[in-house]
Unconditional design. Sequence first.
Length: 754
Amino acid sequence: MHYPRAVQVFYARATVSGVLLMSKEVSAMNTLSTSRRAFLRSAGAAGSALVAGVPTVTGEPAGTGRECPWFRNTSRMLHLDSHFAGFEEIYRDFDAERAARMYADAGFQMVSYFAKCWGGYSYYPTGIGIVHPTCRADFTGEMTAALKKRGVRRIVYFMMMTERNLHRDHPEWVNHNDPAAWAPENIKKNDVAIMCYNSPYVDRVAIPQMKEILARYDVDGFFIDIVVQQYLEWNCYCPCCRELYGQEVGGEIPRSDSDRNAFAYRKWSNHRMERLMEHVYREISGVKPDAAIIFNYSWMFTYPVTPPAFIPHLTWDTPTPNVGNFSYNFSLEARYLNTLPDVPFSLMNTRGNNWGEYNLREPEAFQQECAILLSGCGGNYLSDIPYPSGNPDPAVYDAFGGVNRRFQRLEPMLAGSKPVREVAVLHSADSIWSKSPLRPKPSWNYTPPYHSVAGAHKALTELHVELGIINSQVCLDSLGEYRALILSDQRILSEREAAGIRTFVRDGGALLVTHETGTRDLENSSLDDFSIADLLGVKFIASVPDAGNCFIRATPDMGRYGVPLMDVEAGGGYTLVKLTTARKTADLVPPYRGAKAGPPDESPCGPGVTVNSYGQGIVVYCAADLFGGYYRKGTPNMRKLADWMLGLAYPEGSRLLVLENTPVAVEAFYTERGNERFVHLVNYSADKRDTGTPQVQSIPEVHGITVRLRLNGRPSDVELIPEGTRVDFTWSDGWLRFRALPLGIHAVYRFRWA
C-alpha cells in the first residue's frame, strides 16, 4: 500500500534495521488488548451516540481568549522525538532526574516528551492504549515529575491517529484513501492503522486516553501530531466520511478534479478539521481549563487562516535539511506567523539532517536558524532524537545551551517587539484551495499551489525588503498599515478584499500584481475579466497556465537593476491581456512557435508588464507567474526583474529600510517596540557539495554593509545589542545611515529616542 508522506515519515522513524515490528512485540500487544476491549465496551455515551465520530460543534466559539498565558513568556523549548516502536528494551536504566537537570541547565523553559508514539505505543501504564511491550518504566510519569521539580513546563506528545488493535474490529473507522467503493475486505489488517478523525475512534479512544493522562500526571498540555495532514495531503472515503459528507453537503465525495464539487469538498474537509480541533479543545479544557493544545503543522503558512482564540501556540517541524532548508522555511513561516494577531509561535529544527538521525550538526547551524526565529519575533523549539534508553547526550545539550544562552540575553531587550509593516504579500486560503488538486500530492516541502507566494518571499528577502505575509482576514483588518502590497497569482479575491485593495491604492498604496490574480469567483469558477480590472488597467483575454516557460523582453531601463538586455525567462504559466488605461513597459514573449516550452519566439504575444495610476497609487501588473517561477528555478535574473517591477510601484527612495553592499545570503528583519526600533541582520552560509545535504558551518564575516532607515526623528543612539557597543551614524533629510560592524551569524541594532 502506498502511504502519504506523513505515514512514510512514521515508517522512517519507527523502522530499525529494516524491521518495523518484532514478533514478540506483536504478541505482547495482543496480550494487552483484552482489558482494553472491556474498557471500550464501556466507553462514554458521547462516543457511542455518534454516527460519524466528531460532532458538529454548536453554541459559542470555544474560548474567550488564549488560556495559557505562560506561553507568551516561553521561547526556549525542547522536543524529544522518541518514536521507539521498533526498538527493544526502551527506557532501560532511564534516569529522569539527570535528564531533567540537563534540560533545565541548558536553559529550556518547556519540554515536550512522549506519551503515545507514531507506532501507536504508549510509554506509560495506560488502561486504554497499548503499552510498548518492552517499556518497563513509567517514562511519562517520571519525566513529568522530574521536570515539574525544576519548574520546567511539560507538554506530552500524543499521536491521535494511530491504532494497533481496534482497527481489526472496526475497519470502518480506518482512514481509506482509495475512492473505490469501500468494503471491509479492502482494509488491510496491518499492525498499525491510521484511524479516521471523522469516526467514533476519536471519542471512544483518543480523547479518553488524553483525559487519562490528565488524571494521572500534572502536565501542562498536549502536542498532537498530524491533524492537518489528513485534510491537506490525502482524502478519506471511509463509511464515516461518506455518511457525514452526505449529511452536510449532499451526494458522494468527489473522486477527481473534474468533479464540479472538488473545490467544495476541500472547503468541507477543512471545516471538519477545524471542528475536530475545537472538539478536542472543548473536551480537554473541560477537564483542565488551562491545558495547552498544540496541533502540529496546523494554522501555519500551509493553512493561511487566522487561528481561533483557543489556540495558544503555533509550531511545526518544517522540512529538515536533507529535503529542505531550515533557514528558508523558518524565514517564510516567521514572516507569515508574525502577522497573525496575538498568538506566539515557534518552529522545530533537528539535531541532525533528518528526524531519526543520530548525528549532530554544527553549533553555527543551530545559532543561525534560531537567530531567524528570534529576529522574526518567534521562539526556538530545538529537537533531540533520544537514544532508546531515554538518557540525553551531554554533547547535544552543550550545543543547545549555547543557543539558549544568546536567546536569554536578548529576550528582555526584544520582548514584545513586532515587525514593522512595510510590504505585504497576500496569501489567500481560497487561492490555495483553487489551485490544489482534489488529491493533493504529499510533500513535506511547499507544493505548487504555494510557489507564487513562497517565491515572492524568496525574492523580497534576497532584495532585503521588509515584508509580512498576510492571510485574507489580516489583509482586511490591517492592509492600511502597510505601504505596498503584492498579489502574487492570488486567483480568488472576495468583494471585501477587492474593495479594501482599491481603497489602499486610491489612498497612495503601491500594488504589484502577477498572472491570474482575481480571475475566479468564490466558488472557483472562471470570471470573464479580472475582478480588479479597473485597478490593473488591463482586460483579461486568456490564460496559458500549463506553459513550461515564458519571457519578458528586457528594456534598457532595466539595466540599472542588473537585468541583461535580452528575453529574460519569467516563469511558466502566463496571461494574455490587452491595455485599457495602463501603459505597457515590457513585452511578454511566449515559447518559440507555439511550443509548450523552449526558447523565446521572435514576436511578443502582448503586454508583459504594465503600469497604471489609480487615485494616488501606482499599480504594476506582470502577466507571467514571475514569483512562482523564481521559487521553482531560483534564476537570479527573475529576482532582478522583480526588483525592477517593485521599483516601478514602490521605489527605493520611498522605503523604510534600505541595505547597501549586502549579499543575498544576508537577511534583514525590521521590528519595533514602543519608542525603539531594531534591525536584525542574519548571515547564512553552507558548504560546497556534489551530493548529500549542505552543512551550515564556518559562516564567514560580511564587511561593509550599510543600513539606511527612514525615520520621523533623529534617534538618541544606535547600539549593537546585547554587546552594548555604540555605533556611529549620520542623520540627514529624515534618513539615518550607519555602517554595520562585521557580521558573523547574527547582529541586532537598536535605535532609541530619548
